[in-house]
Design a protein around this ligand. Structure first.
Ligand SMILES: Cc1cc2nc3c(=O)[nH]c(=O)nc-3n(C[C@H](O)[C@H](O)[C@H](O)COP(=O)(O)OP(=O)(O)OC[C@H]3O[C@@H](n4cnc5c(N)ncnc54)[C@H](O)[C@@H]3O)c2cc1C
Length: 455
């Protein structure tokens, strides 16, 4: 391996239509910035590709120069990448364009599209895509890593709703992978992440669901124990039509936070039910018995679900930790509340348990490397990390939360929620991991691609 030299960058600039940046350039700091502002990316060069030809050129030139290539849409999951010293950061954010085929109920996006680009055009046809909880997450990174949506317990992972992938291989060739072409590669891409090439376009299934009954129930965090115990019990029999998340939130006193929640410490259960209104009321009755202070459930277009969770929509400095939880008995809830609730001293802005199960636990007829998520809940603790001191403190509190839940964790990992490097074997079945490794060795024998979560 060599570091990128000036001639390498000149070659890139001469060949690539999009903008190319090297250390020392005036816009270098902006060009190398990830969505997670706490991550300091220092690649050999950054190339903002304009199209598929640019991607192929970057891959070929980087490989010839002995460099690696890290495809990146937004940098929401930049944390695990580690050193980028011998790596060209290939940014896809300029490659945009959503096409919807309402008859075949499928959408096609380009490498840089965000969920906020997709939900409107899809919703206009009374359809829904399995988007995540954040409008500015990239469709490709989310989908290749799995993708838990508000419809996940009904329709499974977004990865298994992928119908076709176009990508530039390590040889710089454009390949289409689907059920009939490149079936091994197609299998690997559905859950195996960015290890196999630079995805230039993705096609996926849409669902004929125009509306959802969705919203949030809110209590003061002093109620966290009884509320979360009831929620854990409720989850055991909840229908697949509903997917929820339960969070202890320490809301900042910021103007963008709505007045009743601004600066408050609360427990919130939010989620979405797809089905008729009566079914939604029946499903929520057990939670409403706990008399929430606020009940914000309402009928809304499924396109609005992407903003339900109130995730930050601008680049944010954050640190987090994660584990997968197999069971959630009362003492597990108590441990969760003790680590992140009243009296904990925790700096975490959010301690979250996402409800899994339903279709996420059943092997679908068509699937890739990640057929299911093998856990009842995904645990995620996150706080703001504006400077190294607050980052260290938040990391310690996130680790404390994960450690407190260890007795109920099952040793698995959901890689989209892992924002630091992890042992990636914990995300897959043993056979699936071995097959991913074999496919990687075939399609990228030189290890050109530098993914956030390598296999
Ligand atoms: C605020 C927030 C909310 C979230 N909500 C959810 C949620 O509801 N459900 C859920 O499942 N996840 C969620 N996530 C996790 C999210 O799915 C991951 O962070 C995902 O990796 C983001 O994809 P990205 O493309 O935006 O990020 P990036 O950091 O740009 O990409 C992550 C990785 O994906 C691969 N990749 C990206 N683009 C390409 C490409 N064109 N070709 C090949 N590989 C590529 C690369 O390996 C890259 O390192 C959330 C994350 C955040 C920060």
């Amino acid at each position: 391996m060599t570091t990128a030299t000036i001639p390498d960058v000149r070659d890139l600039r001469a060949t690539v239509a999009g903008a190319v940046f090297a250390p020392g350039d005036a816009d270098w700091d902006a060009a190398r910035q990830a969505w997670n502002l706490a991550v300091d990316q220092q690649p050999a060069a950054v190339a903002y590709c304009a199209d598929e030809d640019d991607v192929a050129s970057v891959v070929r030139l980087a490989r010839e120069a002995g460099l690696r290539v890290a495809p990146q849409g937004t940098g929401h999951n930049a944390g695990p990448l580690g050193s980028l010293e011998h790596t060209v950061l290939l940014r896809t954010s300029s490659m945009r364009g959503v096409e919807v085929n309402p008859v075949r109920r499928r959408a096609r996006v380009r490498a840089g599209d965000l969920w906020q680009d997709v939900v409107g055009p899809v919703g206009a046809h009374g359809l829904t895509a399995l988007s995540g909880s954040s409008p500015d997450v990239g469709v490709v990174g989310y989908s290749l890593g799995g993708g838990i949506s508000w419809l996940a317990r009904r329709h499974g992972l977004q990865a298994n709703n992928i119908l076709a992938v176009e990508l530039i291989t390590s040889e710089g060739e454009l390949v289409r992978a689907d059920r009939d072409r490149e079936p091994d590669l197609f299998w690997a891409l559905r859950g195996g992440g960015g290890n196999f090439g630079v995805v230039t376009a993705l096609e996926f299934a849409l669902h004929p669901i125009a509306e959802a009954h969705a919203g949030a129930l809110v209590w003061d965090w002093e109620e966290a124990g009884p509320v979360l115990r009831r929620w854990a019990e409720w989850c055991e029999t909840a229908p697949d039509e509903i997917t929820t998340s339960a969070r202890i939130l320490q809301m900042p006193p910021a103007p963008e936070v709505p007045e009743p929640l601004r600066g408050r410490q609360i427990v919130m259960i939010d989620g979405a039910y797809t089905g008729d209104r009566g079914g939604a009321d029946a499903a929520l009755a057990g939670l409403r018995e706990l008399r929430p202070e606020l009940d914000m459930f309402a009928t809304m277009p499924t396109a609005a679900l992407v903003q339900l969770h109130g995730d930050p929509e601008e680049p944010t400095p954050a640190a987090s930790d994660h584990s997968m939880i197999g069971v959630l008995p009362d003492d597990a809830v108590d441990a969760f509340v003790a680590a992140a609730g009243p009296g904990s001293g925790s700096l975490l802005m959010m301690a979250e348990l996402r409800q899994l199960g339903g279709a996420l636990a059943r092997v679908p007829a068509e699937h890739g490397a990640l057929p299911t998520l093998d856990a009842a809940f995904a645990l995620f603790g996150l706080g703001l990390a504006a400077d190294p001191e607050s980052e260290a403190a938040v990391r310690a509190d996130a680790a404390r939360l994960v450690a407190a839940m260890t007795p109920w964790a099952n040793g698995r990992t959901y890689l989209n929620f892992a924002e630091d490097a992890v042992d990636t074997t914990s995300a897959y079945g043993e056979d699936a991991y071995a097959r991913l490794g074999r496919i990687r060795a075939q399609v990228d024998p030189q290890g050109v691609f530098h993914a956030n979560h390598p296999v």
